[in-house]
Design a binder for this molecule. Structure first.
Ligand code: 26Q
Length: 823
């Protein structure tokens, strides 16, 4: 083809208008006069894709020419959220697009609602990956994400008869206009089979993986635009298909039905995202998913690398691979296999290359969430990888024995194989041994990673362990989600904060400025009016924008303690209805979050919240002071509606259980005050915003640890001592919120009073209600409250994911920005 054969697209409104009409006609096959709002949304997405692709190709050339080191982020989940609005904002054409569509009789905001919110993740971990992609592109950093193109994302939640109902999320139903299929770059993935032991002519060991089956990974690229749109990276998601050749082989043997079954199995691999955060171990399909991601990504990475005429031994100089939790930890074994078996690199050198290339982030301390795979299953699915894991383990344990005397107990603790419940591979150990860096996601969590999770490894390799406190992208979570506040900030300090969030510091003096505080309050109220409209439309519940909006929005999990919040709501309700108490401020309690479909307690917590809402919202004595809303189907797009309207953010996990939290950052950045424990990133948020601007309560991590270690927590003691606790628990147990089913919530009474209750709800309850007392009083004084709210926003600069990414780039990846020429 001639060079430069295709003219580039421009961001000129006239050109865009022309492109939209062109896409309606030629991509959707409709005359413009018949276009529906959905068609306009699709055509607009395609129009933007054209522009993003131009920039993506330009970015790719720029990276190639620079021959710079690149970073690859491997994650089994990405929670991108809707892309259309985000791209419009990152291209800075929201004004022009709004006007153009308005001229055609549409509102941009309505058009944006037609886009599906791709939920290719469960929660924090997947959303963090999405924020990181935004920051990488904004910082002009050469990096890209790898993941799985699930056909079904996280289930859609609805509430029926006060209970969660799950429905499949077929997110591609209307197509995904932004993605580019890259069939030509498909990858053939071997699995199953067995290993034959052979020798090379010179007598060294030559394993041959034979009789494997295969499937195909087809990449789909989603362009990721940095702010300003100059750098466009991409997220590459692999979909699983069957190979025709494979089917034909069986077919030729005469077994047509079996051939079809193979095809169905192959396509199952990327069919669905697992909806729970821990109890899927042992599921063969999940293991195959993890391997599929790892194999496809590594093939793609090394193919790109070798195309540049480089020697595989130089891999770590030009490539950094970040493992997002242990889900892609098989990368350690697969990279070794690729080097040793395919490239014939000697083991020691291969090991050096592997550990210098890989780095690992841990996201959880919960013992039940630490991945283990049985040796038996690995043997069946990935026989050669299992051998390699055993060899890594043998050499590793030999090296510790050689470095000094060690007892057997320590060897057993450090081994990659757990032999306590049958033989199982500890994926976290594999990731630690196979990486040069291991990080946690907040200061506290990173300490606990060293002291609780991997004490032996931390003693062996103190330099390997480090902290990278999470962050969130200010583009989505302030600029786009909260245009009112973003506008006010830009008016006050200019717009540099969008890419340099520390600039928000300049708002600090304005916290003393009554006029500014009033404008800040007006912005907040506006967001609350909008949310109230949404709540009325979706739930029928009427809430006043003058009430305090108190929100807890996150996955439902016992450790996150939604029950503590529920207990406080009941406490408030009973004080009003039984004690004649008049709260200083009316409140709306908003809950949102999904429960894993098989997690009984979590689903019952949702049930209780919905029942409670029904009773309270219908009670005339209370409804002036108190409303409860369960906002169904929490997802990125709902978070963007809730967060700008929050006055109070509930971050109330038991100290030592939440690795970081990132919702806590989004709320505070948008001017909500946190009521929280000394857990995860709450600690750093409190230090940043100032302790007087944060409502602290609860036990500390060492206090919790001591209770759990010594068995000294006695919930009945709290029950006996505090009438407030007694009254709340008795009301739940007596069926006050489920009159037709009086015993429905009895399990909660039992659970919270059990000696081994792991999350110490009752120990923290009195200090929790005391902190809420202070909130009620201070909210009633708008000048006091708004001063604190402004200071929260002003001091959250540190929690930008741009800062996090800069730290990863400098300390772990060794990559640098490759900005466009002249930038
Ligand atoms: C593992 C095996 C099988 C099936 C599922 C999983 C699985 C899937 C997702 C295990 C864990 C997850 C997700 C974990 C997660 O979201 N962790 C959160 O990560 C955030 C980003 O670092 C932190 O802010 C949160 O504190 C942490 O809970």
């Amino acid at each position: 083809m001639p060079v430069d054969s295709c003219p580039l697209h421009s961001l000129d409104t006239g050109d865009i208008s022309c492109s939209i009409r062109e896409h309606v006609t030629h991509s959707l096959g409709k005359p413009c006069r018949e276009a529906s709002q959905r068609d306009v949304a699709t055509a607009l997405s395609l129009t933007l894709r054209d522009r993003l692709v131009d920039k993506m190709l330009e970015t790719r050339d720029r990276y190639r020419e620079s021959r710079a080191k690149r970073m690859y982020y491997l994650s089994i989940e990405y929670l991108l959220g809707r892309c259309l609005g985000n791209n419009i904002y990152n291209l800075k054409i929201q004004g022009e697009m709004g006007a153009l569509l308005h001229g055609w009789g549409y509102e941009l905001e309505d058009i944006r609602e037609f886009e599906r919110d791709p939920a290719l993740g469960n929660g924090g971990l997947g959303r963090l990956a999405a924020c990181f992609l935004d920051s990488l592109a904004t910082l002009d950093m050469p990096g890209c994400g790898y993941g799985i193109h699930y056909e079904y994302g996280l289930f859609k939640q609805s509430i029926e008869n006060d209970r969660q109902v799950e429905r499949p999320d077929y997110w591609m139903a209307e197509g995904m206009p932004l993605q580019l299929e890259r069939r030509d770059q498909s990858v053939i993935v071997p699995l199953y089979g067995r290993v034959e032991n052979h020798q090379t002519p010179d007598g060294s060991y030559l394993p041959l993986w034979v009789d494997w089956q295969d499937l195909v990974g087809v990449p789909y690229d989603i362009p990721i635009a940095g702010f300003g749109g100059q750098t466009v990276n991409y997220l590459r998601l692999f979909a699983a298909h069957s190979t025709d050749s494979f089917n034909m082989e069986i077919f030729d043997q005469g077994d047509y039905i079996k051939a079809v079954h193979q095809k169905i199995y192959s396509e199952l691999i990327s069919k669905i995202l697992y909806p729970n955060e821990s109890i899927s171990f042992g599921k063969e399909l999940r293991l195959v998913q993890e391997y599929f991601l790892v194999f496809c990504s590594l093939r793609d990475i090394t193919r790109r690398f070798l195309k540049q005429n480089r020697n595989i031994e130089e891999l770590p100089e030009y490539t950094a691979i970040q493992l997002n939790d242990t889900h892609p930890a098989l990368t350690v074994a697969e990279l070794m296999r690729l080097l040793v078996d395919e490239r014939r690199v000697p083991w020691d050198r291969a090991w050096n290359i592997t550990t210098s290339t890989l780095a690992f982030t841990n996201h959880t301390l919960m013992p039940e969430a630490l991945e283990m795979w049985s040796v038996e299953l690995l043997e069946k699915v990935l026989p050669r990888h299992l051998q390699i894991i055993y060899e890594i383990n043998r050499r590793f344990l030999d090296s510790i024995r050689q470095s000094g005397p060690v007892d057997d107990a320590k060897i057993r603790r450090m081994s990659l194989i757990d032999e306590n419940h049958g033989k199982q591979v500890r994926m976290a150990h594999l990731a630690v041994v196979g990486s040069h860096s291991v990080n946690g996601v907040s200061k506290l969590h990173s300490e606990l990673v060293k002291t609780v999770l991997f004490p032996d490894y931390a003693a062996l390799w103190p330099g390997k362990f480090n902290n990278k406190t999470n962050g969130v992208t200010p583009r989505r979570w302030l600029y786009k989600a909260n245009p009112g506040l973003a506008g006010l900030i830009t008016e006050a300090i200019g717009e540099t904060w969008i890419t340099d969030l520390d600039e928000l510091q300049k708002l600090v003096p304005l916290a003393e400025d009554a006029a500014f505080r009033e404008r800040f309050a007006a912005v907040k109220r506006n967001a609350k009016v909008r949310l109230a409209g949404f709540v009325a439309k979706t739930t029928g519940i009427v809430i006043s924008p003058d009430a305090l909006y108190d929100m807890q929005a996150k996955r439902i999990h016992e450790y996150k303690r939604q029950l503590l919040n529920v207990m406080h709501v009941i406490h408030d309700y009973l004080r009003i209805t039984e004690d004649g108490y008049l709260p200083p401020t009316p409140r709306v309690y908003v809950f949102a979050g999904k429960a894993a479909p098989g997690y009984f307690e979590a689903k019952e917590i949702i049930h209780l919240i919905c029942r409670l809402a029904r009773v309270i919202n219908a009670d005339k004595r209370a409804s002036e002071h108190l409303k409860v809303v369960f906002a169904a189907d929490y997802r990125v797009s709902l978070a963007e509606k809730l967060i700008p309207a929050a006055d109070v953010s509930e971050q109330i996990s038991t100290a030592g259980t939440e690795a970081s939290g990132t919702g806590n950052m989004k709320f505070s950045l948008n001017g909500a005050l946190t009521i929280g424990t000394l857990d995860g990133a709450n600690i750093e948020i409190r230090e940043a915003v100032g302790e007087e601007n944060f409502y602290l309560f609860g036990l500390t991590t060492p206090e919790v640890e001591r209770h759990l270690a010594e068995g000294s927590y006695d919930p009945w003691e709290y029950y006996r001592k505090h009438p407030e606790i007694r009254r709340v628990l008795d009301s739940i147990s007596a069926g006050r919120f489920s009159p037709d089913e009086p015993t429905a919530f009895h399990w909660i009474f039992e659970k919270l009073l059990a000696k081994n209750e792991r999350y110490l709800h009752l120990a923290d309850f009195m200090s929790y209600i005391e902190a809420h007392e202070r909130i009620g009083m201070e909210y009633a004084r708008p000048d006091v409250w708004m001063r604190k709210a402004v200071l929260n926003t002003a001091r959250m600069g540190y929690f930008s994911s741009d800062r996090t990414i800069r730290e990863y780039a400098k300390d772990i990846w060794g990559i640098k920005p490759i900005p466009p020429r002249g930038a």
